[in-house]
Write a new protein. Structure first.
Lengths: 230, 230
């Protein structure tokens, strides 16, 4: 069975979990605190980053880009249309453009800052001198999210899903980032109705249930986090 | 003919140029100064980033990840083995792991810092108050590069090319970043013999000639920059 090294509040790990579930692939999970710089983990991945999978033949596959393309190639099924980077070559390019939007632009401007201030610092409290989260940076990152939420709303208003008319890796990427923010209570849902309707559709998918059950010590999610009718 | 919007000292644009040349695809180039935030360019790509291509059917393809996968799918040739993400599914995952290493880890720790201090600030001199490069940050980024150059040397010592025994996108990614540093005189070649031998092999490829002829106003490359026998 595939083994996934992950961290619950890591948007990249979450996307791999979603993808494996949607592809109906069984896998087990190992919770890796990358801040511990565990020697055994660094031997597997010198970059020290998540996610990482070891497949049933003991092949190690490292980082989201490589893992997602591996999953797509290995488990896609042309007969049942099971693929989340699908469509013609331009449709696939559009999905990949949006994956990159979330994993780079959105991550840099929003998720990374909020996770660094709230989560990374908490897990590094024994090593760093100052681990109080800088709430001004958290506020600015939340402000940055408005522009992205506007853009997602604009996309969803003209398409069924973010990357086009089919559910795709672009939705998984967006949902992975937004669900991390939501766990930390950093999405003001009342302001974003279109986004909320899209997120409700994602939340009600069986692949999303395990993510809604995540719980990490020291951080209790808001009550609505796990509720598909939030 | 494909049109590529690029900037000469942009590692991501350089990788697309290399890939198109290696795939024998004719293309024209438009030099885009992203600091100008040109309205016509933002209409093409709301993220305002490079590279971007418009293909012969007027399809717009945005960002390296989407462009490279598009080029690989469209122009690969199984008969002649023309592909730079090739091999079995694990070999491809290894190439993609290393692409991500250079485009994220190496970029964040080295290229991005040096380009920001030297190039971005120069091009923003009319808009920013303080545009003197912070040479201490440049020095630290160069220091960071040692660890990466050691790692590349380690890889090349056990393989013909960085991603395996075949030339791949991992080599193009590494060469794209390193050639930007080299243009700015920030690689101490005397220290890195294995790396230098690999780079000489890349430099002597016809696909690399246009990159060796790059010249941007305000920045003259070192004399050895364009010499394959440096």
């Amino acid at each position: 069975m595939i083994k996934l090294f992950h961290f619950p509040i890591c948007p990249f790990s979450r996307r791999v979990r979603l993808s494996l579930c949607e592809m109906n692939v069984a896998f087990s999970m190992i919770n890796e605190n990358i801040w511990d710089e565990r020697r055994e983990f660094l031997a597997l991945n010198p970059a020290g980053t998540l996610p990482l999978i070891i497949d049933e033949d003991d092949n190690i596959i490292i980082n989201t880009y490589a893992i997602i393309e591996y999953i797509e190639e290995k488990f896609k099924d042309d007969n049942t249309n099971l693929s989340y980077i699908s469509g013609d070559i331009y449709q696939k390019a559009e999905i990949r453009r949006l994956i990159d939007w979330f994993d780079n632009k959105f991550h840099r401007e929003v998720t990374k800052v909020i996770i660094r201030e709230l989560i990374d610092k908490y897990y590094q409290k024994d090593e760093l001198d100052n681990t109080s989260p800088n709430m001004e940076l958290v506020r600015l990152a939340q402000e940055n999210s408005s522009y992205h939420f506007d853009y997602i709303s604009h996309l969803i208003n003209s398409r069924r899903w973010i990357g086009g008319d089919a559910l795709s890796q672009a939705d998984f990427a967006a949902a992975a980032h937004i669900s991390c923010l939501d766990y930390l209570g950093k999405v003001d849902w009342d302001r974003w109705v279109t986004l909320k309707n899209w997120y409700a559709r994602i939340k009600s998918r069986p692949s999303f249930s395990p993510i809604l059950e995540d719980n990490i010590a020291g951080f209790r999610p808001p009550a609505y986090y796990s509720n598909p009718d939030f």
